[in-house]
Design a protein around this ligand. Structure first.
Ligand code: ADP
Ligand code: MG
Length: 340
């Protein structure tokens, strides 16, 4: 370990908060963590690479926020309580000062979100290489209570939290392909504040941790919407060996998205855009009132957007979308694919 690396780790350690179940945090060969008796551990990892997940113009604090947010979203989608995380940083050799500035700015966003969810940073790795950030989060869930992808049943209602399409609309505004193929208004009425709201959703997504927790024992299956609703709900359908029918009119949109585009563009962004980090879950219809009640206490809305149905014939997409007049909406594409 070089002196510079030691320095960076010392800066991280000085700012990382701890919690009572961290027996030994940053500084030894491994962290020692004490899980609550009788709980299962839920573990998720996500990597963000420069040029793939964020551009050169991204605010460093936003990268820190998002690196943790996307991981917390995965735990939320399992209904787990987040507790601990690790952080592996690969930093280019651009001089010690810029490395330090990156780490400081990164931690501003990362630790702000960690504090909101009482997540302790307990270890990691710091190396030289292309700019890349890998975060692992660990949480707890009662045995049998996790919201798995493979648990949906025919007849379940399909729910989604918050609203869809905002992050994709921000990408469209920024001219990022293929989102920019959709018409998104830049200058009408409150377009500037609307655009700022859309960008906030893209750069500082809100992981729906409390909602995921509230759904334990009420919802059946769940997934977070990171690659677009059609793609992610498609994964859930494949894992559960079912199909899904979505009502286009029922898809939730934010005021900013409604102001920014007409219905065709909006629908495409809501169905195929990624990066929203909302939860999509299924539950039997008899649970509708109980779920609405449980979620009402939290400050984000959730709504029913469709139903789980029998799996379609092989080679037919698992998710179909119905327009108001009963006709089918056909997507141009269903979501982001890294190796497409
Ligand atoms: P080792 O050589 O044993 O892997 P390291 O020098 O990589 O040790 O790390 C020393 C300590 O600092 C370890 O406890 C490790 O978990 C922690 N650490 C290293 N990098 C980070 C980081 N980016 N964030 C948090 N903790 C880190
Ligand atoms: Mg190491």
């Amino acid at each position: 370990m070089s002196a510079a690396e030691f320095d960076l780790i010392a800066r991280i350690r000085a700012r990382a908060a701890t919690r009572e179940d961290v027996v030994l945090g940053i500084g030894d060969d491994a962290a020692l963590l004490q899980p609550p008796p009788g709980r299962q551990l839920a573990v998720a990892t996500d990597t963000l690479n420069r040029g793939v997940h964020f551009g050169d113009d991204a605010a460093v604090a936003d990268i820190g926020w998002k690196a943790l947010a996307v991981n917390l979203s995965d735990l939320a989608a399992m209904g787990a309580d987040p507790a601990w995380c690790t952080l592996s940083l690969s930093l280019p050799d651009e001089g010690g000062e810029s490395r330090q500035a990156f780490v400081d700015g990164f931690l501003d966003g990362f630790l702000e979100l960690a504090a909101q969810h009482r997540v302790a940073l307990v270890g990691g790795d710091t190396t030289r290489g292309p700019l890349s950030v890998c975060v692992t989060v660990i949480g707890f869930v009662e045995p049998g209570w996790a919201l798995r992808r493979d648990a949906a049943q025919v007849g379940d209602e399909i729910w989604v939290t918050g609203s869809l399409g905002d992050a994709a609309a921000a990408l469209a505004l920024a001219g990022v392909a293929p989102y920019c193929e959709h018409e998104v208004r830049r200058n009408s009425g409150d377009a500037r504040t609307d655009a700022a709201r859309l960008r906030e959703r893209l750069h500082r997504p809100t992981p729906r941790v409390a909602m995921g927790r509230a759904l334990r024992g009420l919802a059946r299956a769940g997934i977070d919407v990171s690659d677009g609703l059609l793609a992610d709900l498609g994964h859930l359908c494949a894992a559960s060996a079912v199909g899904a029918c979505i009502d286009a009119e029922a898809l939730p949109a934010s005021a900013a998205l409604l102001a920014a585009c007409e219905s065709d563009a909006r629908r495409a962004l809501q169905l195929s855009g990624g990066d929203d980090y909302e939860l999509c879950f299924t539950a039997p219809p008899r649970q509708r009132a109980v779920i609405a009640q449980a979620l009402r206490k939290l400050d984000t809305p959730a709504c029913v957007i469709g139903r789980i149905e029998a799996a379609p014939a092989a080679a037919t997409p698992p998710v179909r979308v119905r327009l108001a007049d009963g006709s089918a909406w056909t997507p141009a594409r269903s979501g982001y694919q890294h190796f497409a």
